[in-house]
Design a protein around this ligand. Sequence first.
Ligand code: MCA
Ligand code: AMP
Length: 506
Amino acid sequence: MANTLYDELFGKHAGRDTPFLILQDDTCITHAAFLAKAAQFAHEITAQGLVAGDRLAVQIGKSPNALAVYAACVQSGVIFLPLNTAYTGPEVEYFIENSGAKLVLCDPAKLSDIAPICARLSARVETMAADGSGTFADKAAAYPAEFATVDRGPDDLAAFLYTSGTTGRSKGAMLSHENLLSNSQTLAEYWRFTDRDILLHALPIFHTHGLFVATNVCLLGGSVIRFYAGFDCDALIRDIPKATALMGVPTFYTRLLDDPRFDAELTKSMRLFVSGSAPLLAETHIQFEERTGHRILERYGMTETNMNTSNPYDGDRRAGTVGYPLPGVELKVCDPETGAEIPTGDVGVIEVRGPNVFKGYWQMPEKTREELRENGFFITGDLGFVDDRGYVTIVGRAKDLIISGGYNIYPKEIEMILDDQEGVLESAVVGVPHPDFGETVVAVLVPAKSQTPDIAAIQSNVEAQLARFKQPRSYHVMDILPRNTMGKVQKNILRDQFKDLFAKPL
Ligand code: MCA
Ligand code: AMP
């Protein structure tokens, strides 16, 4: 038997003393060293009592060891569940409980918050710090550097990534070995990743973009990864001449363009800049080409589907579009009310089907049925059209979603907390343009009768419950919310009212 994902991503590099990761201080970790660590971790995961199909939740900083935990899960058949390091205790508690994770890895600094949660939910807990040290690595060090890979087939689950919906409660998207492998194979080929590539990896590894796109594509291509704990403009500018490719969210590109050192000379070794996770403004695309001579390749994906479309490698990378459906991915544009396919050029909801599309939401069959049709098409909730050349353009979202610096924020989740605050009758949360993050969060509060909401107190309650990136950057009090005749809050009016709040000064 075999292990679909492990064999292709990791197994084929076994015993190779070739570089895999290069760290910020130029330390090199070979494939062999990385796989030895992963094997020890797989032993430790097994020793903790986890078997194939169990979930291991991680909320740990980005390090080579953190990446080796991913490899270890794939090798031992355990489902990998990475969590944003910005999440607060109450947010993490939901994911542990909902997924039924048997083991949780957290930063030692968060152990006092996470341990009681794990105790209540009968999950084990171990630590891993941002430098990879901690109880987990210590215990794993006692094991051999080889592990008998557990058999897993294409339909077995490899990862859960949580993503929210209109209800504001996160759903665990179940991703199979085939979902992940097929998509990264397509991308590695489409974007021509080979063993001559060196990718600058500054994205987090708890989301699709940094983990299943950037990392998996490099593993398949045999490419080297220059590995950064996070986005660091100076470090990237220092290392760009040593690299060939970068993958980032639009904020990466606007920040690089803000630096006068970033120019054609600096980027002459680079062959590819990929952008995704949020809309790249056409003006950023144009400014980038004027400054560097490179045309950013924009692509479009989702947690549930991995990547769906990409601008071409050869050929016209068209600013403001997300390119063509990828090979093997079917894409159609449908009427939001009836679900019927609509004519080329008309705007509707984008639906996609292919081996990239996930297996459904963990223990939420109804939610799965609402979004994943029986015929296999997934309703993305993104509004767009396909032009007569076949390029897809995303014009908006049918779902109430804010994307800030590539992180998704669901207004409903914030509104539920604001509505519970003293002195608040109701609230509305909208996204407004932001020069660095693309969009940011604005909250509008309607006071309860004869009361004045205490904004400072509300802010501090919100801070205790929500990750920093979800916290409103501005609060406003209004007597009533604008509503249509159906009683629905007209968020477009609020977005328009606050659209210049964070505008860059001229
Ligand atoms: C950090 N902060 C943020 C964000 N990131 N606030 C709003 N939105 C954010 N995205 C907060 C910090 O806590 C800090 O708060 C303040 O903003 C400034 O932080 P800064 O140091 O500037 O932030 P940073 O560490 O440089 O991070 C910005 C970032 C980062 C590089 C844009 O957010 C990032 O790496 N984003 C990538 C997200 C991503 O990988 N998305 C892919 C999802 P304060 O100082 O006030 O305390 S996968 C996906 O969407 C699909 C599948 C797809 O198509 O890829
Ligand atoms: P997530 O839930 O993190 O998987 O976010 C997926 C959402 O990000 C998609 O449904 C889109 O709304 C958005 N997205 C991803 N890539 C792009 C892009 N290139 N342009 C516009 N929106 C994008």
